[in-house]
Design a protein around this ligand. Structure first.
Ligand SMILES: Cc1cc2nc3c(=O)[nH]c(=O)nc-3n(C[C@H](O)[C@H](O)[C@H](O)COP(=O)(O)OP(=O)(O)OC[C@H]3O[C@@H](n4cnc5c(N)ncnc54)[C@H](O)[C@@H]3O)c2cc1C
Length: 452
């Protein structure tokens, strides 16, 4: 008997869940709901434009989309256009894969000043996400501070310092490329709460920062002198990334100063204290110096009495992402995830029948694209186990939902529509020597599909 499964969200975790379900049984049919008219989640709107090779993972997702047992329903927001209860009634299983795209705030005085932004806004803007299309960033400032020592912070620093000509042949949004071409940003301070051995950059990303043309990377030699606990941490075999990161920073200290027009400066053991500025705009970022205390892998960044002001005109906070609750779904607001056991959603420790979760919404914003594959396989294992103990439902799938969905005025984007949008983006991009020129407004996308 056919089982109908709804997947909510079309990022990597949604597609990997769909793939695992399709492989698990020929009797499974999938409807994937996506709030935007375009698929791929953060692969389209998060991964940096100059990481073109990584974006080829969409070829795997395209293959899944072409399966006869798979239906894409884009431009449908679950929770707004379709209540989650309606999905639970119409499907044998509902997999929540809608990600964790809200940013964590620094929660300091002055965060609301003009020119203080979250990395999420900037990333969404340069990647052409419709939600961020109309944001503006004052790139007339010479000095920017990026708070965070993870890969997203690295992306933001790199995009700010990269010569715009190096981005011309990527899928960066045209409005962002135009603004970056006029940018006056010459110096970026990349600031982390803990030490070089605890920085979360993957070494590959870090090395990418060291090879930005025309940009010198600088680190204070004192800051990378490690204490005994840090030395133990980087000597652990399982912590190779940390060792390689520290080696990278040591290499920077030994390198001869270069004459470059742009500089990237790494700072360690600093916590955001407050932003200061005259006339409502950022002039200065004041940090509190921390000191690392505790044993290996158990060190905390304890605040000291010392403050360090950094003069700057532009700030990006990149201290993590969190999921958002949907309607009355169970939610762990502390961790920003849907509570679950191996992917089965739980409410106060009790399993919610037919409801599952995967990806960033399941485990939090960690890991690379491939991490979501194993995560989704685990969730699908629970679904298959439950299916073997439960009768299939009737009526099923989107036919049972047709009144709810088709009662909306907005057009639902199916696979043929997405292929039209895709072809149009690629055609416009080709003319500019880019892989694609993304439509950045939903109205533009809908106009393309409305043409016969
Ligand atoms: C800035 C940035 C750069 C990154 N760079 C890399 C990189 O270089 N390499 C790498 O391996 N990983 C990278 N990652 C990590 C990678 O993107 C994530 O691991 C992955 O995208 C998480 O997948 P997901 O499916 O859980 O969530 P997402 O990719 O966020 O997908 C969630 C989807 O759900 C949709 N959605 C949201 N709400 C609803 C709703 N109510 N109804 C329907 N649909 C909804 C969203 O529109 C989105 O399409 C990066 C992440 C970020 C933020």
């Amino acid at each position: 008997m056919t089982r109908h499964v709804a997947v909510v969200g079309s990022g990597p975790s949604g597609f990997y869940a769909a793939e695992a379900l399709l492989n698990a049984s020929e009797d499974i049919v999938i409807d994937m709901f996506e709030r935007l008219p375009t698929p791929y989640g953060l692969v389209r709107s998060g991964v940096a434009p100059d990481h073109l090779k990584l974006k080829q993972v969409t070829l795997v997702f395209d293959k899944i989309m072409r399966s006869e047992r798979f239906h894409f329903l884009g431009n449908v927001s679950v929770g707004t256009d379709v209540p989650i209860d309606a999905l639970l009634k119409a499907y044998d299983g509902v997999v929540l894969a809608y990600g964790a795209c809200a940013d964590r705030k620094m929660s300091i005085a002055g965060e609301g000043l003009t020119n203080s932004h979250s990395a999420t806004e900037f990333v969404g803007w340069y990647n052409g996400h419709p939600d961020f299309r109309d944001r503006t960033f004052d790139l007339g400032q010479e000095t920017a501070v990026v708070v965070g020592h993870g890969n997203v912070a690295a992306d933001v620093a790199r995009i700010l310092l990269q010569p715009p000509d190096d981005l011309r042949r990527t899928d960066i949004a045209a409005h962002a490329l135009d603004a970056l071409a006029k940018s006056k940003v010459r110096e970026v301070h990349l600031v982390g709460r803990r030490g070089p051995a605890q920085a979360k950059f993957t070494t590959r990303e870090l090395r990418g920062l060291g090879t930005i043309p025309g940009c010198e990377s600088v680190v204070d030699g004192n800051a990378i002198r490690l204490g005994p606990a840090c030395e133990v941490e980087i000597s652990e075999k399982s912590n190779l990334n940390a060792l390689q990161n520290v080696q990278f920073f040591r290499g920077l200290c030994e390198a001869e100063g270069a004459r470059t027009s742009r500089r990237l400066i790494f700072h360690f053991c600093l916590s955001p204290e407050r932003l200061e500025g005259e006339a409502g705009k950022v002039d200065r970022f004041v940090f509190r110096k921390n000191s690392l205390r505790g044993g290996p892998f158990d060190q905390t960044a304890d605040p000291t009495d010392d403050l360090l002001p950094i003069e700057c005109g532009l700030v990006f906070g990149s201290i993590g992402y969190r999921g958002q609750p949907l309607e009355r779904l169970p939610f762990d607001s502390r961790r920003g995830v849907v509570p679950n056991r191996k992917g089965r959603v739980e409410s106060d420790g009790i399993t919610v029948d037919g409801l599952y979760v995967t990806g960033w919404l399941k485990r939090g914003p960690t890991g690379i694209i491939g991490t979501n594959r194993a995560d989704s396989i685990e969730t699908v294992q629970q679904i298959m186990e439950d299916f073997s103990n439960r009768e299939a439902k009737s009526p099923q799938g989107r036919t049972a939902l047709s009144e709810t969905i088709h009662g909306r005025s907005a057009r639902i984007i199916g696979l043929p529509d997405w292929l039209k949008i895709d072809a149009a983006e690629c055609a416009v991009g080709r003319r500019a020597g880019k892989p694609r020129e993304k439509f950045t407004r939903i109205a533009e996308m809908l106009e393309v599909v409305s043409v016969a």
